[in-house]
Design a protein around this ligand. Structure first.
Ligand SMILES: Nc1ncnc2c1ncn2[C@@H]1O[C@H](COP(=O)(O)OP(=O)(O)OP(=O)(O)O)[C@@H](O)[C@H]1O
Length: 285
């Protein structure tokens, strides 16, 4: 397991997680729900990825598998170059505790009612073999320095979420996975949380599901899920897949046409933007 010094030597664009043909099927009394239908994606150190899509499109299912909280029904997940299927329970537990950070939508799931904010950070630092002082720096940056002796019941919802984020980020985990991290936050807490997730993306691969345009704006790239299919990928910056010219015309570079057989690709416009989609996928029902 790499220590902090080794982690800092890692290149920003290094691959941290890879999903190959990822499938998640939930059995139920009335049949099966195909939540993920062959998702292919790579998550690299140095990149913050927003996963968007309508309710029920599979965002939480994808994040649950990525964060090792759930297991896929088919396909493969690689973490730090290791195929997770081949790992034993102990190795998976170690990866979960040491290398994969999970931030739930509701912070209460990660907090202990009898511990103060500073004690939460000490506990998290111990698990990740990180220096305790880095926890205090995180508390400071997340606007919680004055609340370090407060217990969860004495903190507001926004403060609780910021504390849960500080715990998730301590020790520079390789992969940071957050499910709708700003969904229940006011503007100022959202800003602090997004700034810290962006900062974390300098050294980790950061992935969050969101419906919040502020969070989408904070991401380097956006993956859009629809019916469990990763239907489009928008990259920001120099390797942008699409650009909009001054007349509002969307231009796709030639390599975009290699994503799907050209004759069968669909172009769909919705509130999230313009999407180049694979052939129609039938609904479950
Ligand atoms: N534990 C489960 N058992 C059965 N079906 C489930 C389970 N979890 C999710 N599903 C179903 O899988 C599909 C994808 O759900 P998922 O929660 O991944 O979507 P989502 O995009 O995160 O939705 P939301 O934006 O509403 O959180 C949905 O049809 C959902 O009903």
């Amino acid at each position: 397991m790499p220590n902090d010094a080794m982690r800092n030597d890692l290149q920003p664009s290094e691959e941290v997680a890879r999903c190959a043909r990822l499938v998640r099927i939930y059995p139920s009394a009335t049949g099966e729900t195909h939540a993920l239908r062959g998702v292919e994606a790579v998550f690299r150190r140095g990149t913050a990825t927003a996963v968007t899509g309508p309710s029920g499109s599979g965002k939480s299912s994808l994040l649950g598998v990525l964060a090792l909280r759930d297991r896929q029904s088919g396909g493969e997940l690689w973490l730090e170059g290791r195929l997770t299927d081949g790992l034993g329970r102990r190795q998976l537990r170690q990866l979960r505790r040491r290398d994969v950070a999970w931030l739930a939508q509701r912070p209460t799931h990660s907090l202990y009612e009898h511990l103060t904010a500073a004690e939460h950070l000490r506990h998290a630092a111990q698990i990740r073999s990180a220096a305790a002082e880095s926890g205090l720096e995180l508390l400071d940056r997340l606007g919680l320095a004055a609340r370090r002796d407060a217990r969860p019941a004495e903190l507001s919802g926004g403060e609780q979420q910021r504390l849960a984020l500080a715990m998730a980020l301590i020790g520079t985990p390789s992969l940071v996975v957050a499910d709708e991290p700003t969904a229940e936050l006011d503007d100022s807490s959202s800003e602090l949380v997004l700034a810290e997730l962006r900062r974390a993306a300098a050294t980790s691969a950061v992935v969050f599901a969101t419906h919040d345009h502020r969070a989408v704006d904070a991401a380097d790239r956006v993956l859009h899920l629809r019916h469990g299919v990763l239907s489009t990928e928008t990259r920001r910056g120099s390797d942008a897949l699409a650009s909009i010219d001054s007349t509002g015309r969307v231009q796709l570079p030639a390599q975009a046409m290699t994503l799907f057989p050209q004759a069968r690709a669909r172009i769909v416009v919705d509130e999230q933007g313009v999407h180049l989609l694979p052939p129609e996928v039938p609904d479950d029902d």
